[in-house]
Design a protein around this ligand. Structure first.
Ligand code: SER
Ligand code: ZN
Length: 499
């Protein structure tokens, strides 16, 4: 982002409490001085902002050209400060700023699609540049809207260049394992009636046998990770309000993938009576009528599991001696609108996961991540005997939030755990482990008593994904399973028969 050669051209006006003609020489002095000093402050030699023309009557008009070091809108605020001081001596007040014209030039090899961005009046592509014409007033300049527009555009240019692909780098790969099955695990599960499709998209009803296996996975996690590593259970909320997603960063991108939650406009029975009656008479649920009676979404169903836990710590200062905090949640489902990507029990709209969350100093976070990696390796190697691998990936939010450097050093970022799926010859991600750096403590304003940096990490253990990986490699016959799992599962309950 820093290398992008931005150029700014702004024409603005300072509104005055009375005609400023008498102060013309003072204004000239301020502008001369500003062009040498305050508009160059922080910029390398030859860089910064410059007032290229100006005029005083009922207003002070300034035309500013600048580079990225002192952005023109910042220059405008710097000038206001300097002008306020000098005009004050003549009892002339600055009553506000108007922006007449504001064009930002951003170089890019390829144009972007026409976009609808707030406060952007026009967007043109000319000679290798995007020209953004902003329609901003004082409040937007004060609240740094232009900077966020630039970040947005630069991110779009970057993602157009590199595509949506995340960075992927192999960290470790297991030996080839004995594969006892070559079919599609979901098809086999359906055939044996271990699962049946639920009434919603991407949703399954899990029968007694597979439930026993999922619970056994939980037991393994309990025995091999939660107890030895000192985790405590919490219950995280499963409906998540916008405010949480604003703080976690999900509000930037979650929209096509989330399940929205809308409350009724009122609990008043009479407000709903005609809908009840409509149903009773027609036996059809009148969706269009319902749509009118529900409120705007308050947020959505649990998506990433850990974000709503941070409300517990929000705004707090923690004593150092309670670190590293290790908590987990397995209290409910996660939901994602997976659309075309939907695939059996490998990719569902509704899924179950144990989420581990650890919080501590940067050293503690990194050290704990290593311990977890060892425990996971033990489970996948010695208990489930999977053919699996670990890859270093940089999730979008880290690239976006400038943690790229730490990600390169493999400190902050995510490890994806992938299992080989013999039936498709593809690798499937079955869990992840992230060092989230200071993202969450920052977003939720959590501090440490000593003032030292606070970091966190999280790991989502996808139970259906474990099952998909395991069944895909070992099949559904318990006799073929490694003894570590067989011993723990004991017997698979046979409850249903169908005629
Ligand atoms: N919160 C992380 C995620 O959603 C781990 O579960 O990927
Ligand atoms: Zn998480």
């Amino acid at each position: 982002m820093n290398e992008v050669k931005l150029r700014f051209h702004l024409i603005g006006r300072f509104k005055l409490s009375k005609n400023g003609a008498e102060a013309k020489d003072d204004v000239a002095g301020v502008i001369d001085d500003a062009n040498k000093n305050i508009l160059k402050k922080g910029a390398p030699e030859g860089g910064g902002a410059e007032v290229v023309s100006w005029n005083v009557d009922d207003t002070i008009m300034v035309e500013i050209k600048s580079d990225r070091y002192v952005r023109a809108h910042d220059a405008l605020l710097r000038l206001r400060k300097a002008l306020t001081r000098i005009l004050g001596k003549r009892r002339i007040g600055i009553r506000g700023i108007e922006v007449e014209k504001f064009i930002i030039t951003i170089p890019t090899e390829k144009p972007l699609r026409k976009l609808k961005i707030p406060f952007v009046k026009d967007m043109q592509y000319k000679n290798g540049n995007i020209l953004l014409e902003l329609d901003v007033a004082e409040p937007q300049i004060e609240s740094r809207v232009p900077d966020r527009i630039i970040t947005l555009i630069v991110d779009k240019i970057e993602s157009q260049k590199y595509g949506k692909k995340e960075h992927w780098e192999l960290l470790w790969e297991s030996k080839e394992k004995t594969l006892r099955f070559t079919g599609d695990p979901t098809q086999e599960l359906i055939k044996r009636r271990w699962i049946k499709h639920g009434s919603c998209r991407g949703q399954w009803i899990f029968g007694p046998q597979i439930t026993k296996v999922l619970r056994t996975f939980e037991q393994i996690v309990e025995e091999e990770i939660l107890r030895p590593l000192g985790y405590h259970e919490m219950v995280f909320p499963k409906v998540v309000a916008w405010d949480v997603w604003k703080r976690s960063g999900h509000a930037k991108a979650i929209y096509p993938e989330m399940y929205y939650v809308c409350p009724p406009k009122t609990r008043d029975e009479t407000y709903w009576e005609d809908i009840m009656d409509y149903y009773k008479v027609t036996l059809e649920v009148p969706l269009d009528m319902i749509k009118e009676r529900i409120d705007k979404p308050i947020g959505g169903l649990c998506y990433a599991q850990c974000p709503p836990a941070w409300g517990f710590l929000e705004g707090e200062t923690l004593p150092d001696d309670i670190l590293p905090i290790r908590v987990f949640d397995k209290s409910g489902t996660s939901h994602r609108y997976e659309s075309g990507g939907i695939r059996g029990i490998e990719r569902m709209d509704e899924f179950h996961r144990i989420e581990l969350l650890w919080i501590g100093t940067p050293e503690q976070i990194t050290e704990h991540s290593k311990k977890l990696q060892e425990r996971y390796k033990h489970i996948f190697e010695n208990i489930l005997d999977l053919q699996w691998r670990m890859a270093w990936v940089t999730p979008w939010f880290m690239a976006q939030e400038g943690l790229g450097g730490l990600a390169e050093k493999k400190e902050v970022g995510t490890i994806d755990y992938e299992a080989f799926m013999p039936y498709s010859k593809k690798w499937m991600e079955f869990q992840n482990l992230s060092n989230n750096g200071d993202k969450y403590p920052n977003g939720f304003n959590v501090k440490l008593q000593s003032g030292e940096e606070l970091w966190s990490g999280c790991s989502g253990i996808g139970l259906e994904r474990w099952a998909a990986a395991f069944f895909a490699q070992k099949g559904l016959d318990a006799g073929d399973w490694p003894s570590g799992l067989r011993r723990r599962v004991k017997t698979l309950p046979e409850v249903f028969r169908f005629l």
